[in-house]
Design a protein around this ligand. Sequence first.
Ligand code: KG4
Ligand code: ZN
Length: 354
Amino acid sequence: MRYILAIDTSCDDSCLGIYDLKKRQIVINKIISQAAMHASFGGVVPEVASRGHLKNLPKLFNEFFQSTKIKIEEIAFIAVSCRPGLIGSLLIGSSFAKGLAWSLGKKVYGIDHLEAHLLSPLIDNRELKMPYLCYLVSGGHSMAVIVKEVGDYHLLGKTQDDALGEAFDKVAKILGFQYPGGPIVEKVAKKWKGDLLELPIAYKDKSHYNFSYSGLKTAFKRLSIEKGINIENKVLITYEQFFHLPKNKQAIISQLSASFQNAAYNSLFLNFKKILKKYSIKNFTIAGGVASNKFITLNFQKFCNQNGINFYFPKIEYCTDNGAMIAFNSALYSQQNNLKKIENLHNLSRSLLF
Ligand code: KG4
Ligand code: ZN
């Protein structure tokens, strides 16, 4: 049996991934995004996300089974994100996976979504070796972790409030942009070539490696109001609609976006410099949705090149939520004959440990 079939529904995207155990590579990574359903709310609405998965998952699988040459008999087992995430979304994905596994006579394993993000830089960077430092920066999490080996992780620090991706989304909403805000803030920030506005970075003088983004968000809100951005009762706009705004407003929004993005990068960079003082880091990675931000990765790349550190990050499709990383994570356990170490969901009556 050659393939692992994986599902991720931890947040709003319905994701399917297939790993080829023979070729040792991802062969399919399909997503039905719900971004349009949440766009006007400025963030993910959990109930809408759950119902979206109910509609999208069967569609994703019907289309897949109708078009693929992969035979059901060739599927070795099923892997599914079982924690952490939105409870309704996880329940729908894991119930779907268990139902599918039962009907196909396959085993089903639960994968920790964060572990999958942490290991995602390995998917297409074959030269990356463990141990490596990983900044997992997504819509739900921000953490600095040393990945020692598969299943062995050392948490150095994590956010005490908001996640970095969440801060990008909230800042975008303040500026009047739809969800997901990260990619729009990055594109709008790129338009600004002038001075940057100062924003506070939490814990920069502290000796620990935690993060905090709520103060940055509040300071950003205050600054935006000072700059004449009216944040109340606004209809949220798309990136394209940004160009319909008056030129002076476009400039202010670009400057605010660039200033926030710079502070976001600095929050990671200053944390990284503290870690370098204490730990010898040869291999450094960044993963999760925010890792698709080119300003952040280019700046880290520059610093790492100058300092003899190997820097890696996943392809964009493996940064944001995806099924490929779930399949890949379970493949690593399977190749080490260690599937017994991960959550076994074969028993249909077993409740999930969210
Ligand atoms: O990893 P992910 O898809 O979902 C979670 O596990 O949370 O991350 C989604 C987050 C969103 O907050 C989104 O705004 C952010 O990643 N994001 C970005 C960019 N692309 C996505 N943030 C900054 N710059 C980007 N280009
Ligand atoms: Zn994620």
